[in-house]
Design a protein around this ligand. Sequence first.
Ligand SMILES: Cc1cc2nc3c(=O)[nH]c(=O)nc-3n(C[C@H](O)[C@H](O)[C@H](O)COP(=O)(O)O)c2cc1C
Length: 221
Amino acid sequence: MELQAAVRGRRSIRQFRPDAIPRNVLEELLETARWAPSWGNTQPWEITMITGEPLEAFRKANVAAMGNGEPLRNDIPMPETWPEQMKARYMEVGKAVVTSLGLKREDKEGRKRHQVNMAALFGAPCLIVATVPTDVLVEYAMLDVGLLLQTIALAAHDRGLGTCIMASSVHYADLLRRHGSIPGDRRVIMGAVIGYPESEAPINRFERQRADMDIFVKWVG
Ligand SMILES: Cc1cc2nc3c(=O)[nH]c(=O)nc-3n(C[C@H](O)[C@H](O)[C@H](O)COP(=O)(O)O)c2cc1C
């Protein structure tokens, strides 16, 4: 796939077919992704690929923790507030997701079902968890992990796979440690689900928005 098409065509996928991804396909993606840049080529990341029974056990535990309203136990705390402009964008994508599901604003049950579905990782057959050692400067390492995850997402899109980077997959880091055999000396940064997209599902097709260039670019000189 041509690069422009890959960058413009990649989107977050929130409904997957149940088909497992062959191991060699996942390996191919990771082989490409390991060429992502990192500060001083430190490559601080480690990737845990969770599939099969451990994934099902995690999915169940994550749904239960979310459903019980347990306080979040992320290794990286979630922001509680956002500047107004960013909040508006966040609300906008939330609305687009809910509308694509045919739900009305006041349909609390429907929205709750979506939350449960999100905790269940949108039915994806594989969860990618990026961790870094606890003794590295996390702000820098997070930048590197972001570059790695975007590279994985693009390589996946190129292969007809879909991804969704998901903060909600790392809300309960202890559950990931338990079911993903992630050692205690690693910080869980971010997860991304991957699988074959349900391409026709409206939740995978709604129009996405981006700020115009003049909103976020300043030219000097
Ligand atoms: C760090 C990060 C965390 C995210 N967490 C979630 C999540 O928990 N649930 C979800 O549905 N989407 C999540 N997303 C996807 C974003 O909503 C999505 O990237 C954004 O709306 C832009 O849309 P696009 O990826 O389709 O271009 C996350 C994305 C990033 C980069």
